[in-house]
Design a protein around this ligand. Sequence first.
Ligand SMILES: *Cc1c(COP(=O)(O)O)cnc(C)c1O
Length: 376
Amino acid sequence: MEFIDLKAQYRALKPKIDANIQAVLNAGQFIGGPYVKALEEKLCAYVGRKHCITCGNGTDALQAAYMALGVGEGDAVFCPDCTFIASVEPAYMLGATPVFCDVSMDSYNLDPESLERQIQAVLSEGKLKPRVVVAVDFLGNPCDYDAIAAICDKYGLTLLEDAAQSMGASYKGKMCCSFGTISTTSFFPAKTLGCYGDGGAIFTDDDALADLLRSICVHGKGPGGKYDNIRVGVNSRLDNLQAAILLPKLEALAEYEIRDREAAAGRYGAAFAGKLILPPVPAHGQHSWYQYTLLAADTAQRERLIAHLKERGIPTNLYYPTPMHALPVFRALETYGETYPNAVEYCDRTISIPMHPYLEATEQQQIIDAVLEAVR
Ligand SMILES: *Cc1c(COP(=O)(O)O)cnc(C)c1O
């Protein structure tokens, strides 16, 4: 059994994907090209943003965003304690200081109260300048953007949405990838919209920022083109081939994949209610169901679950076993007295089971039976 069955998706979309790949090979245009342009337009329309700049991967997208925002030494970047390191790694590389905030137990997303405490702690210490809040739609669950945006406004901070896990999700009628000054996503194969290699995208509604982001992604190109370098940038682009693969996948995501993930999550929820802690569902929106993540009673029960499912040939994963503040690379950073009780509890108990839009009823029943056996 596959944790995320990309082969089943390929079987469903094979005629369109194969035709697009063949068309790219026939045209011989690999860097840039009509599929990249078409994808950027389709993504803008889908998420409701003015500009989309595709790039090499989701980490590059975040790096370009931090560069465009001028983040560097002396700046504080506020980040939830439960995420993948890439949310804040590029800011750290640029010289900024990550300040981790606890998550809320009813979403596993950035807790607005912890965020505000950390901002006030940084301000009263007076060493760093609060600059950016990176909000992560963790596991595909959209953040509480009303609350987070209000805090950003109150303290004059820029909101950056890391939507690497939430393509297809929405909050109060607005799609993820449309929140904050800049939002970023990843087309890593396992994500809800994944390509056949690496890819990413950056979104903004700001014309000047869009120009700056396009320049940053092409070696700091100026108005005179790619040999008119006016700043130091990076080389980060999405291949025409990957865009050609993503176009039919975006159609499938919009037409039925999120619906089918939601249905699978509903079946899991009905089976596990009262047995394990179910994943939080958004109060005002649509989950992307990038992952279906349960909380075990404790780490010992989780270990029993993993072992039992493995015995039955069912893969599991941990997203993620270690909170950011406890990672070896970040352990020495100032925590401002925050002890991250929710993030620690989440990381100790989290377990993700197979979730994708092509999960068949018989397959899902095997998973359900095995989980129920293990927790009986
Ligand atoms: C996957 C992911 C990224 C990075 O994306 P890549 O394309 O792998 O570089 C960033 N943030 C989060 C939350 C992710 O899950």
